[in-house]
Design a protein. Structure first.
Length: 135
């Protein structure tokens, strides 16, 4: 997926990314880097986010996982953080609920069973962006 479009099109995705960046900056400052030193860190556990409850990104992603890797260096009084930020959604046909609001009336249980039988398949939505933060 085009993650820049997702961030622009859904304020909950943007809010979650800003929260993740703020947390990464907090961690970077607490690492006690010396001038000229560089360190890499990433989120140990995949955190999750959720889209707005309507709109295109709800239908595409809804609940998703976030992966983030940061390379942080200290130059004089400034921190420079290169970020690789990605979201991923494994659509796995959960066995509850139905999809009648999406034009066709069918249950997710049916889709899950079709997937198990090889008549349907799971799919993955993934998007990744790279950017730099200086503070």
């Amino acid at each position: 997926i085009d993650l820049y479009s997702a961030i622009e099109g859904d304020n909950k995705i943007e809010e979650k990314m800003k929260q993740n960046i703020s947390e990464a900056k907090y961690i970077a400052e607490r690492l006690g880097l010396s001038n000229g030193e560089t360190i890499t860190f990433s989120n140990v556990f995949e955190t999750s986010g959720q889209t707005q409850e309507k709109g295109d990104w709800y239908l595409t992603l809804n609940r998703y996982r976030i992966k983030m890797e940061c390379i942080v260096s200290r130059e004089e009084k400034n921190y420079i953080m290169n970020v690789r930020y990605g979201i991923i959604d494994y659509y796995d046909w959960e066995a509850n609920g139905d999809y009648s609001k999406f034009l066709i009336n069918f249950s997710s249980t049916l889709l899950k069973e079709m997937s198990k039988a090889g008549m349907a398949r799971n799919y993955t939505n993934y998007g990744e962006i790279y950017f730099m933060e200086i503070w």
